[in-house]
Ligand binder design. Structure first.
Ligand code: ADP
Ligand code: MG
Length: 458
């Protein structure tokens, strides 16, 4: 039963930094598990607060690992004896995955360095258009005069629209002008993490010093993560006040404007509203084209105007998706040894997206399943069955991965066609993407299948 629990939490591991995983999941103990309920012991009540954000994902993972008809309930039980295990001296540092911005895990939590600024996220590399003009101008103003008129600055907008980019740009510009400025860039998730650990290790004074005294500029990313985390919000409120009254700059980002973040305390909302609130909207066509060309230039590629437009017309809502599509097409063209031409790009994108070609996502999923099954010497039914043999699992994950790339179908839709749920598909996609980087065999397989699905033999 501990085994079931272990397998369930392992599914979450790829979705977070090792530090966060170890902090929140490493110390948990499964007390008992049956089809209806799983009881897990936690060291102290703070854990419940945090683990609630992961609850639905965990329940689904448990359901799948145990092949249950419905997700079991999860009950958290405080067990102070776990706290001791938690307080034990530092274990040897675990082997870490290559994550550029992640700091090494530090059990004390208060003296670890902040998230490093991302060197590529600068004002120079940020393309300005009507959709992000206000946020850009506000960020620039703050970078020129931190702690001045625009305090706090609150940036909000949908996923992948450049919030993190702008916050990093502010940090870098300030650092350039004042190399000794103490700039802290942290995600709200990490702030929470450090705060709770500081409490557990009775190092709250050090935490306060770090965030309230030794900080000239605080850049807090994705503040919506604090929703419903009462104690952390309280802490952040006091952090904010201390900085604000000392004329230190605070910049906060979120996916929604302050008043629309459910579970955010009124007093924080009003603090945020008292400064400058700037939104970022999805970019217009011309901006999308400019972003693509700038991105290609960074890669040393001179992107044809027609190609940029072909991509920009199809991918509308998210800059990250725009960049991802460009990268994918560049890699594909390179692998196939052909130039990136507008006609070819349009074909590829139409094939992938649910557009002109008359093919439905369902038919595309089936085509992928047939091709993968044949390639691995299996039947399509094997991909949809419960079979967990290694070979079959790999084939299934490859098929899910390719569906994600090509089918233009939603995660749940793909999941349904494999008799699984969307988290399984997500997990498969990440696993294969990772394997493709390190295993030439897997890379070859993907290439051969892509060629076949492109109707180019193979
Ligand atoms: P968010 O934090 O809003 O989810 P990010 O800042 O992480 O989004 O942006 C996602 C990706 O898109 C990053 O690689 C970023 O550099 C890029 N990006 C977003 N907006 C722009 C822009 N206006 N110009 C250039 N790159 C952009
Ligand atoms: Mg972000």
């Amino acid at each position: 039963m501990d085994d079931l629990w272990t397998r369930a939490i392992e599914r979450l591991r790829p979705h977070m930094t090792p530090e966060i995983f170890d902090t929140w999941f490493g110390v948990l103990r499964c007390e008992r598990a049956d089809a209806k309920e799983v009881v897990v012991r936690v060291p102290n009540p703070f854990f419940e607060d945090i683990l609630r954000s992961y609850e639905s994902t965990l329940r689904e993972a448990l359901q799948q690992e145990a092949s249950l008809p419905a997700p079991p309930r999860l009950r958290w039980k405080v067990d102070p004896s776990l706290q001791q295990a938690f307080d034990e001296p530092e274990p040897p540092a675990p082997v870490r995955r290559s994550e550029p911005s992640a700091a090494p895990p530090h059990r004390g939590g208060t003296s670890s360095p902040p998230d490093a600024l991302h060197p590529r996220y600068t004002f120079e590399s940020f393309v300005v258009g009507p959709s992000n003009q206000l946020a850009h101008a506000a960020s620039l103003a703050v970078a020129e005069a931190p702690g001045g008129r625009h305090n706090p600055l609150f940036l909000y907008g949908g996923v992948g629209l450049g919030k993190t980019h702008l916050m990093n740009a502010i940090g870098q510009r300030i650092r350039k002008r004042a190399p000794n400025a103490r700039i802290l860039y942290v995600s709200a998730e990490r702030f929470t993490n450090e705060f709770v650990r500081a409490l557990q290790h009775r190092r709250i004074e050090a935490f306060h010093r770090r965030y309230r005294e030794q900080c000239d500029v605080l850049l807090l990313d994705d503040v919506q993560f604090l929703a419903s985390k009462e104690q952390t919000q309280e802490e952040f409120f006091h952090t904010f006040n201390a900085l604000y009254h000392a004329d230190r700059q605070v910049v906060v980002s979120s996916d929604l404007e302050p008043a629309r973040i459910a579970g955010l305390q009124e007093r924080l909302i009003s603090r945020f509203q008292s400064g400058l609130v700037a939104d970022i909207q999805p970019p217009e066509l011309d901006t999308r084209i400019a972003i693509l060309r700038a991105k290609a230039a960074l890669e040393g590629v001179d992107l044809d105007e027609g190609v940029a437009e072909a991509i920009a017309r199809r991918i509308r809502s998210n800059v990250r998706a725009l960049e991802g599509t460009l990268t994918r097409l560049l890699v594909r063209a390179q692998l196939l040894g052909r130039p990136l031409e507008a006609a070819w790009v349009c074909e590829r994108l139409d094939e992938e997206g649910a557009s002109a070609s008359g093919e439905t996502p369902r038919l595309r999923i089936e085509a992928v399943q047939r091709a993968v099954a044949t390639h691995f010497g299996l039947r399509v039914a094997d991909l949809r069955a419960r079979n967990r043999a290694r070979h079959v699992t790999l084939a299934r994950q490859v098929a899910m991965y390719l569906c994600r790339r090509r089918a233009g179908a939603s995660l749940p839709e793909i999941g349904r066609r494999f008799g699984r749920d969307h988290t399984t598909v997500l997990h498969a996609e990440r696993r294969i993407a990772k394997l493709a980087k390190v295993e030439p065999d897997v890379r070859e397989t993907l290439l051969a299948l892509e060629r076949k699905l492109d109707g180019r033999g193979g």
